[in-house]
Ligand binder design. Sequence first.
Ligand code: CTP
Ligand code: ZN
Length: 153
Amino acid sequence: MTDTELRVSKIQDGTVIDHIPGGTALHVLAVLGIDGSGGEEVSIGMNVPSDRLGRKDIVKVEDRELSADEVDVLSLIAPQASINIIRGYEVSEKSRVSRPTEVVGVLSCPNVNCITTGDEPVDSVFDVLDDGVRCRYCDTIVRDDVASLIEST
Ligand code: CTP
Ligand code: ZN
């Protein structure tokens, strides 16, 4: 039994997001729009030892199977993450996150003059580049710290 399993117990049904970069689990939850207000049972392990990553975070959401679309956007902040769908305590499906071509309504543009940051109800749209994201409205490119653009929920 690994250290992780000792700290965060197994779940019966739901989704386990594993191999998240250490310290970024809260960004992952923000991307997924999970803040606890929906009543979901969520367990989080942060900076737990990992053979592959040194330190990793792990998120377990019970009674909810995340869709491929929902997890795609995770690739921006957790490219190594693995998604495990759990049914009856068994890992029923295991997949890696994949990179979307665009991200709608998840990131907020850092340009204060951008139409998406004004009072108008315009959804943000970012095109995903090899090394960052680009606002479709004002062409602002962000390469480092994409996680800092995640809209607070
Ligand atoms: N897990 C869980 N509840 C279950 C089954 C698995 O929380 N009922 C978690 C495990 O703790 C692990 C992840 O889901 O973090 C994947 O489980 P498994 O594939 O059994 O572990 P590994 O082989 O270590 O996964 P990987 O090869 O992806 O590292
Ligand atoms: Zn913009």
